[in-house]
Design a protein around this ligand. Structure first.
Ligand code: PLP
Length: 484
């Protein structure tokens, strides 16, 4: 997939100078704002601003920026979220003037370079997924789920079929049933067997001519690849339903297998996870979706098309579900994905997944001597341990472990998800961590499980804030600065 043409393109964009393509055409008159705005709307003096030394301001914000943990400062094994290292190269490339100094209302003829990149990234996503039709519009994984389910709904409407149900396994991410509901479906939960994989008998008993879509995360949030996937697809397809692949865990299978090859009809990517976009605290993300050809007419528009050597925004036909986001999608995140994909090439992406799986298995093989891992001795890119014995025997919960790890300089793993494992501790090291760092994490976890429950209930002890009431903080955020 390595492409010298796009390297050339990046080079030209960087040389193309900031302004030339941005100047308004000569026949656009200059506007004097003073003569257009009503006089009452104009300020007569600049607003009063506090006067501070630049050094004080820089120190203030630099210090603030270090209060949070980040991938750049700490190991961040947050399962399901794929907090891999974000190459600085991506940042430099994504801030080239030819890419950041453009405006979405510019004529297409003046943003051909950007459209070419977006067209290429559409094709890369199609190639990696094995699903040929792509829309870059959705702004997050959850948004991609919603958009794809809207596509499925439009498809069944067109066929004149009433299919009100979406099925999803009990280990699925909470966004799956939420997206189904928002798209107008009812969700039916399919049980997992003792091995953590989809219980085929339960699936067979619930799938019927009312089933629109079966949403599956494969590899799952338990870090298991469901090897029954082809059979699952056959069961669902035989009733006329579609398979949706939640692609949040693509980091484990890049270049190894493709959703389109194992039976998926639609999927989303989380480029901020799989393709190294910096993210956290809810964004920024993207959720491009890929679908089979017969679903292409329903995709959200615009998509990027090419006629000869010219790129254009294809506004879609009358079957398209329309826009799901302003302009062309979250371009900044998509650009980083493009640079990451093209920097690594096909074999590099495969190595990403091989190393992500190798790292997770190394960590699994050590952590299971400290906390039981209920599902299997082997995993894909992540695994889920359980603190339930520790809780029963010593009163130490998954939350206590997570909080205490902060004192040892590690971001906490994901806890209490998936819901199918009690006191879940979900660990995802990603391919970018060293053996030394993973060993240090195991050592910290080992030491913590030997500490007193009282000490752990009060943890963390070294952070500015200890245990905030997260629910209240989310529901009633205090957005105003108060000097205390
Ligand atoms: C992260 C994640 C999502 C949601 O993706 P966002 O980009 O955060 O909206 C959905 N499913 C799974 C399995 C995930 O890990």
């Amino acid at each position: 997939m390595r492409n010298t043409k796009s390297t050339q393109l990046i080079f030209e964009l960087s040389r193309s100078g900031r302004r030339a393509h941005l100047l308004p055409p000569a026949d656009v008159p200059n506007v004097d704002l003073g003569s257009v705005l009503p006089s009452g709307a104009l300020a007569d003096a600049p607003p009063p601003l506090p006067e501070l030394a630049e050094g004080d301001v820089v120190r203030h914000f630099t210090n603030l920026s270090t209060l949070n943990m980040s991938v750049d400062t700490h190991f961040y094994p947050l399962g399901s979220c794929t907090m891999k290292y974000n190459p600085k190269r991506n940042e430099r490339l994504a801030s080239l003037p030819g890419l950041v100094d453009v405006h979405p209302y510019q004529p297409e003829s003046t943003i051909q370079g950007l459209l070419e990149i977006l067209w290429n990234v559409q094709n890369d996503f199609a190639e990696i997924s094995g699903l040929p039709a792509v829309s870059l519009q959705p702004a997050a994984g959850a948004h991609g789920e919603l958009a794809a389910l809207m596509v499925a709904a439009a498809h069944f409407r067109k066929l004149g079929q009433h299919r009100p149900n979406v099925l999803a396994p009990d280990s699925s991410h909470g966004t799956n049933p939420a997206s189904a509901k928002m798209a107008g479906f009812e969700t039916i939960t399919v049980k997992s067997g003792a091995n953590g994989l989809v219980d085929l008998n339960d699936l067979r008993s619930k799938v019927n001519e009312k089933t629109a879509v079966f949403m599956i995360t494969n590899p799952s949030t338990l870090g298991l690849f469901d090897t029954q996937i082809k059979e699952i697809a056959e069961i669902v397809h035989s009733h006329g339903g579609l398979i949706y692949l939640d692609g949040a865990n693509m980091n484990a299978i890049l270049g190894i297998t493709r959703p389109g090859d194992f039976g998926a009809d639609m999927m989303h990517y989380n480029p901020h996870k799989t393709f190294s976009g910096p993210h956290g605290g809810g964004g920024p993300g993207a959720g491009p979706i890929c679908v089979r050809d017969f679903l292409a007419p329903y995709l959200p528009a615009p998509t990027v098309g090419r006629k000869g050597d010219t790129y254009y925004l294809d506004q879609g036909g009358s079957d398209s579900v329309g826009r799901v986001r302003s302009f062309f999608g979250n371009v900044g995140v998509l650009l980083r994905a493009f640079f990451y994909i093209r920097s690594l090439g096909g074999s590099g992406l495969k190595e990403v997944s091989e190393n992500a799986v190798l790292n997770a298995n190394y960590l699994l093989s050590r952590v299971r001597h400290i906390l039981p891992v209920p599902h299997g001795n082997r995993c894909m890119h992540e695994f889920v341990a359980s603190a339930s014995t520790l809780k029963k025997e010593k009163g130490i919960s998954a939350m206590d472990l997570a909080k205490r790890l902060l004192d040892f300089g590690f971001h906490a793993p994901t806890v209490y998800f998936p819901l199918t494992v009690p006191e879940a501790v979900m660990v995802e090291p990603t391919e970018t961590e060293s053996k030394e760092m993973m060993d240090a994490f195991v050592e910290a976890l080992f030491r913590i499980t030997g500490e007193s429950a009282d000490l752990l209930h009060e943890a963390p002890h070294t952070t500015k804030i200890s245990r905030p009431d997260e629910v209240t903080a989310a529901r009633k955020p205090v957005m105003k600065w108060t000097a205390s």
